[in-house]
Ligand binder design. Structure first.
Ligand SMILES: [Cu+2]
Length: 514
């Protein structure tokens, strides 16, 4: 292990390894576990307008280059699975532009909102300036119908990211796209990258996301645990009963999707990516879905996993990777002669989507010939180890916040520490932190279902030497500690990236206070 231990710091590993009493003593009085219901009205919060936010931005590395782009939100008539489908998208398309830049470039995006309701854009995974984070009522006023808004910020670190609306259920339409930040010091050898955005889709096909939210919000009550006699999932309206995954520790998802999209295309017309035999293709897999984890792999060929959520990991060969909502995995796939299917199975849902890598020879396999299972060595990002170059420096934990994930399907009353988040009072039960602190976030899953937990504005480390991530799968009954350095002042959401869970209350705020 490569961590440098400064003379006056207690190695974080030793803190974690010792008894709770030792850790508490080492961490001094500053270590204050949060009680459920904590949140102090008398504190001064560092708001997005605070000069500290601008100061932090000024200290970020700059190339002097600006990447300008306009993203127009509007209703779109998209062709999905061969049918004209009404939805909302960016720049008139189902597939939004992939934005690319280098670390230090300034991204200048003008949003022209041609919807007849408000919108925002969140830049998922970036430790960016707080007033560009795109959370209505927390980091900005939502962009009204017919209005323009400029997001201007420096790209802070390399990797595979994405952007999406952060207003209610809008992300479940086509209001999302990929954001790739190149590393001028890239050490990974590859010939091409293939950006892959996966999404569970129902808008304009079976219902709108808002209709489904209403339906699921009534609670699943006595329907819970139901499924077909053969153990497969069963559809009831837009809900799905009995979708289970051993890998995810039980219930895999609750919403029935007619389609799963691979870069906007379904299995009738899969995307084909051209390569030459032997080329190393860097897959950049982004799960933009609401309620579906994808198990991604190539039959009979291993992937070499290199990054998760933008940050490098110790390379692992795997037969498949499981990507939760909001997560990203980068992996190298070496192109073989002919057609290579890259399959994304909707975990626990008996559905799939796929794309094809092609060297231009042979015939494309048809969807019904493709395997419906990917087994062997299967990993998710939270199980990987960080590349030592991105380990957090050794430091004593200053503050621990326990976030118990609460609620259930019966009432669909998801929350954190029993509190259901309301944007009208975002700082109620806020998790206060101070600049300079090493923060431990202890996710304790008290529910019967897995949750991909996301923290805005920071990249945390999972456990002692686990991957650096911004979204991590927490299985039912599990406790998962993640650590971050509070070096990005402002107000930052944390939430489950299941769109329905978040909208129903599994959300909170990490709040920098003075
Ligand atoms: Cu959840």
């Amino acid at each position: 292990m490569n961590k440098s231990t400064a003379p006056f710091e207690v190695n974080r590993r030793s803190v974690l390894g010792f008894s709770v009493v030792t850790a508490a003593t080492a961490a001094l009085a500053a270590c204050t576990p949060t009680k459920p219901g904590a949140g102090n009205a008398s504190v001064t919060r560092i708001l997005p307008t605070d000069p500290l936010v601008a100061q932090t931005e000024a200290n970020r590395v700059a190339t002097g280059k600006t990447i300008s782009k306009t993203l127009t939100t509007s209703p779109v008539s998209a062709t999905i699975a061969g049918k004209k489908t009404p939805t909302w998208g960016y720049n008139g398309s189902l597939v939004a532009p992939t934005l690319r830049g280098q670390v230090g470039d300034q991204l200048a995006v003008t949003v022209q909102n041609d919807l007849d309701e408000s919108t925002t854009i969140h830049w998922h995974g970036l430790a960016l300036r707080n007033n560009a984070d795109g959370v209505p009522k927390v980091s900005q006023k939502a962009i009204g119908a017919g209005q323009d808004y400029d997001y201007t910020f420096k790209l802070p670190h390399p990797g595979t990211y994405w952007y999406h609306s952060h207003l209610e259920m809008q992300r479940e339409r086509a209001l999302y796209g990929a954001l790739i930040i190149e590393d001028p010091q890239e050490t990974l050898e590859y010939d091409k990258d293939w950006v892959i955005v996966l999404d569970d889709w129902l808008d304009g096909v079976s219902a709108t996301p808002d209709e489904v939210l209403k339906e699921v919000s009534k609670g699943m009550g006595s329907m819970e645990g139901m499924g077909h006699d053969d153990g497969g999932p069963m559809k009831m309206g837009n809900l799905l009963m009995g979708a289970t995954s051993d890998f995810l520790g039980g219930d895999a998802g609750d919403i029935a999707y007619p389609l799963h999209l691979f870069n906007g295309q379904d299995t009738k017309d899969p995307e084909t990516f051209k390569a030459k035999p032997g080329e190393r293709i860097r897959l950049r897999i982004i799960n933009a879905s609401a309620d579906t984890a994808y198990r991604v792999g190539v039959p009979n060929q291993q992937l070499s996993v290199t990054h998760t959520d933008g940050f490098p990991v110790k390379h692992v060969k795997a037969d498949a990777v499981v990507v939760g909502m909001g997560e990203r995995i980068d992996a190298i796939l070496v192109a073989k002669e002919g057609y290579t299917p890259l399959i994304a199975l909707a975990e626990g849902k008996n559905q799939m989507t796929y794309g094809l890598l092609s060297t231009g020879i042979g015939d494309a396999p048809s969807a019904d010939k493709l395997p419906r299972k990917l087994e062997g060595k299967v990993v998710d990002g939270g199980q990987l180890a960080a590349d030592p170059s991105v380990n957090l420096p050794s430091k004593t934990v200053d503050r621990t916040h326990e976030l118990r994930l609460t609620g259930g399907m019966e009432k669909f009353d998801w929350g954190i520490n029993g509190h259901r988040f309301d944007l009208a009072s975002p700082y109620e039960n806020a998790f206060d932190i101070k600049k300079g602190e090493r923060v431990e976030v202890k996710f304790v899953n008290d529910t019967q279902m897995w949750h991909p937990m996301h923290i805005h504005g920071h990249t945390f480390q999972v456990g002692d030497e686990g991957a650096r991530k911004d979204t991590v799968i927490v299985r039912p009954g599990d406790t998962m500690s993640v650590y971050f350095d509070a070096d990005n002042p402002g107000q930052w959401l944390t939430h489950c990236h299941n769109a329905y869970h978040a909208e129903r209350g599994m959300m909170g705020v990490f709040s920098y206070i003075k």
